[in-house]
Design a protein around this ligand. Structure first.
Ligand SMILES: C[S@@+](CC[C@H](N)C(=O)[O-])C[C@H]1O[C@@H](n2cnc3c(N)ncnc32)[C@H](O)[C@@H]1O
Length: 264
């Protein structure tokens, strides 16, 4: 077994991330960045380092699961969700169920919670549940704490900040309980093959599969298809696309925003 293969096995055991499901290029780039920071020269040396420095396990996990996100990232996507998808669902449903998969530190599910809360003010008998999941427990802890600095909120208008956040003495902002009530955070590995729920109306999974192999992406598309109700919506990241093998599972809904609808 070569140095990289042996390191991958070691990472799977210690970090519990299956490297072969991610693009090799991506995994190598992330490992190389850790090698630079730990002054290790090759994969063998880095594996030794990983085995003898328990703190490196978490640092590597963080490097492999980059959590970059912000509130209303790609505002036009949220416009379509707010103006078209949610009102359409509210017209014939009393409960809307959404899965925000790969939610990182929570900005994305709370953005959807803001839209849901505003919709619920117009439909008094409507309930919304947002399942927000990620593989990274540290990111989820931050999500559950729900405290953000102004940078994360740069796409949130002042009116919404006043309505949905509590301003803290240290200059940060805490999400209001009425948003927290709508979001259920849970640790979940998208490669586990098991959906977090079924009969969902919307799956939002953005900027997560860019690191996955084609095979893993296709499997995930099958998983989302199974998890969605008839006509359910799948919101992808703007640079993401469906593989040929799974194209038939969805039909385009809003092409520029990469929003699809479940085909029968
Ligand atoms: C770049 S963030 C995307 C955050 C948010 N969806 C957005 O677009 O702003 C990617 C997230 O995917 C998560 N992730 C990576 N692999 C995963 C897996 N196998 N299962 C669940 N989450 C995963 C990472 O932990 C990270 O938080």
């Amino acid at each position: 077994m070569d140095g990289f293969a042996s390191l991958q096995k070691c990472i799977e055991r210690l970090v519990r991330i299956k490297c072969s499901n991610y693009k090799e290029d991506y995994i190598k780039r992330r490992i190389l960045s850790r090698m630079r920071l730990t002054n290790t020269e090759d994969y063998e040396a880095y594996q030794k380092y990983l085995l003898t420095h328990p703190e490196e396990i978490d640092l590597l996990r963080k490097a492999l699961t980059i959590n970059v996100t912000k509130f209303f990232r790609d505002p036009d996507v949220f416009e379509v969700i707010q103006q078209k998808i949610l009102p359409d669902l509210a017209r014939h449903k009393k409960l809307i169920r959404i899965w925000c998969a790969g939610c990182a530190t929570g900005e994305e599910p709370y953005s959807i919670a803001i839209l849901a809360h505003e919709l619920m003010a117009l439909h008094r008998d409507l309930n919304v549940t947002i399942y927000a999941t990620d593989i990274d427990t540290e990111a989820l802890q931050k999500a559950m704490a729900g405290i953000y600095d102004l940078k994360a909120l740069e796409n949130v208008d002042k009116h919404r900040i006043r309505r949905h956040f509590i301003s803290r003495d240290d200059g940060t902002f805490e999400v209001c309980p009425h948003l927290r009530e709508l979001v259920k955070f849970r640790q979940h590995d998208l490669m586990s093959g098991v959906p977090v729920a079924r009969y969902l109306d919307i799956v939002v999974c953005r900027n997560v599969t860019i690191y996955f192999t084609e095979k893993q992406k296709n499997e995930l598309t099958y998983l989302f298809h199974t998890a969605l109700s008839t006509d359910g919506y799948y919101v992808m990241g703007k640079t993401e696309y469906l593989g040929r093998e799974v194209e038939h599972l969805f039909t385009p809904y809003s092409a520029v925003q990469k929003i699809l609808r479940k085909a029968t």
